[in-house]
Design a protein around this ligand. Structure first.
Ligand code: FRU
Length: 328
């Protein structure tokens, strides 16, 4: 056999490389090689779930929803990572999951900017990526699943206008403003207030409580110290609204104001409404079950929409006993 030339060697290497990597995968379809190896009960698909933190009941619920939906499918195996509310840790964990050769990534990112690159890198390696609840920047992911936070904020704003009869002093305790739900819930709320049409309404205090109840309580203490009168508190999540309630109660002022939050977990926000602690809360579904539905489709080679928008409901004193009210 003649000695191989450089050109034939190069061609052989290219072919060998192609064979190892398999044909280029599409967004929706994992490689033929991977499909042959995984996706059975004996050799399940490996799905990485990167959660930004498990310090709040809503995120614990999200993981429980993902787990419950996945348990019905023996051809799925999940690996959970908890970034403990640290974007850099979450970034490293995504990289670890990719190095572990996951077949699909589900991520609920802490913040948009720091998680954009690791998500894009996974996606460019042809790993389908499902982004849940908080968004990343750009388009380098397979699908985004979450409720419309601008709409939820707007509904909270409209509810506030009604509850106050178009007149009153408002405190806004914002979620982390480097995360998309914080930005969207703020924008929607201001749209819903229509301050140009309601000159008697004023947002007199606003602070970023970063989604955390203890921070919300501290910020509300400052609001109560500096403002002799507060008519309504809008917190971007129920832990924040509860923190505000605790501060108002400690100051003996909880009866002077109305409180509205977001999340409406049955054992958290909805319960607060039933107990008269909150006046209203809006449902923010976790999307855990929907993420598994999409994961199954993607792993089966089907395509899914780039964006899946989940619905919301309003829970108030008036409707809480009937399971709240759907918002079209
Ligand atoms: C939990 C949480 C929820 C909120 C969501 C927004 O970390 O703060 O309370 O609705 O994140 O992403």
């Amino acid at each position: 056999m003649p000695a191989p030339t450089r050109a034939t060697l190069a061609a052989a290497c290219t072919l060998a490389l192609w064979a190892c990597k398999g044909p280029a995968k599409t967004d929706a379809a994992p490689s033929a090689t991977a499909q042959a190896q995984r996706g059975t009960a004996e050799s399940p698909w490996l799905v990485g779930m990167s959660q930004c933190n498990l310090g709040e009941p809503w995120r614990v619920q999200m993981n429980a929803d993902v787990k419950k939906a996945a348990e019905k499918h023996p051809n799925l195996k999940l690996v959970f990572k908890d970034a403990q509310n640290d974007s850099l840790r979450q970034r490293a964990q995504v990289e670890e999951l990719v190095a572990q050769k996951i077949d699909l990534l589900i991520i609920s990112p802490k913040e948009a900017a720091p998680l954009t690159q690791p998500v894009a890198e996974a996606y460019k390696k042809k790993i389908p990526v499902i982004v849940l609840d908080r968004a990343v920047q750009g388009d380098d992911y397979t699908t985004f699943i979450g409720a419309d936070n601008v709409k939820i904020g707007r509904e909270a704003g409209k509810w506030a206008v009604k509850a106050l009869g178009g007149k009153g002093l408002i405190v806004e305790l914002k979620g982390l403003m480097t995360s998309t739900p914080g930005q969207d819930r703020n924008r929607g709320f201001r749209e819903g207030l229509e301050l140009d049409k309601h000159p008697g309404l004023e947002v007199v205090f606003e602070a970023d409580m970063q989604w955390l109840e203890p921070n919300a309580r501290k910020e509300m203490e400052s609001a109560l110290t500096t403002r002799k009168k507060i008519d309504l508190v809008y917190a971007h999540n129920d832990p924040g609204a509860h923190g505000a309630y605790l501060a108002a109660k400690a100051a003996g002022r909880e009866k002077e104001l109305k409180l509205v939050g977001i999340d409406a977990l049955p054992h958290e926000g909805v319960e607060y409404v039933k107990q008269g602690i909150l006046d209203a809360t809006f449902l923010y579904p976790t999307g855990g079950a929907e993420a598994i539905d999409s994961a199954l489709d993607l792993l089966a080679g089907k395509s899914v929409p780039k964006k899946i928008v989940l619905g919301t409901r309003a829970f108030t004193k008036e409707n809480v006993s009937q399971g709240g009210e759907a918002i079209p």
